[in-house]
Ligand binder design. Structure first.
Ligand code: UDP
Ligand code: MG
Length: 157
């Protein structure tokens, strides 16, 4: 059985400024994940602190909060089989220098402080982060996604 999940993905302000929104979305689309919500927004202080609550107190926290509010982000919810790990595989390691070539961060970013994309790290974070940025009625899951359909067939066999 394949585990179907949802994850919160954001193109961070540096990714937006650099014109990488389409490139980043394209990688998740091509993989076969299903886009179920998307919007551009300016992150509030409350959203920023809630999003990165686990990092509160770390030396990089103040700059991280400033960074995520330095311009609009493109917030998204993606759905699919093992999408949490799959998205993090596509993104690559936090530090672009540690990320594998071919990943978003290795290919498109230079330093860990400006690494162009965010993705949830587990089911609990995903649900928490989705709720920070989206209302339940903003999720559009009622359409057919081919990759999803194929895996549903596999699970039925
Ligand atoms: N970050 C940073 N310096 C560090 C570690 C992290 O600026 O030493 C930033 C970076 O933008 C990273 C975010 O804080 O993406 C969250 O860190 P985490 O360890 O959760 O990495 P991620 O889950 O984004 O790969
Ligand atoms: Mg993280």
């Amino acid at each position: 059985m394949h585990s179907e999940q949802r994850t919160f993905i954001a193109v961070k302000p540096d990714g937006v400024r650099r014109g990488l929104v389409g490139e980043i979305i394209s990688r998740f689309e091509k993989k076969g994940f299903k886009l179920i919500a998307i919007k551009m927004l300016d992150v509030s202080q409350e959203q920023a602190e809630a999003h990165y609550a686990e990092h509160k107190g770390k030396p990089f926290f103040p700059r991280l909060i400033e960074y995520i509010q330095s311009g609009p982000i493109v917030a998204m919810v993606w759905k699919g089989y093992d999408v949490i790990a799959g998205a993090r595989q596509l993104m690559g390691s936090t530090n672009p220098l540690d990320a594998q070539v071919g990943t978003i961060r290795a290919d498109l970013a230079l330093v860990k402080e400006y690494n162009v994309v965010h993705g949830s790290d587990c089911v609990e974070s995903a649900e928490r982060e989705i709720n920070i940025y989206f209302k339940p009625e903003e999720l559009c899951d009622e359409y057919e996604n081919m990759a999803e359909t194929v895996i549903e067939q596999l699970d039925e066999e």
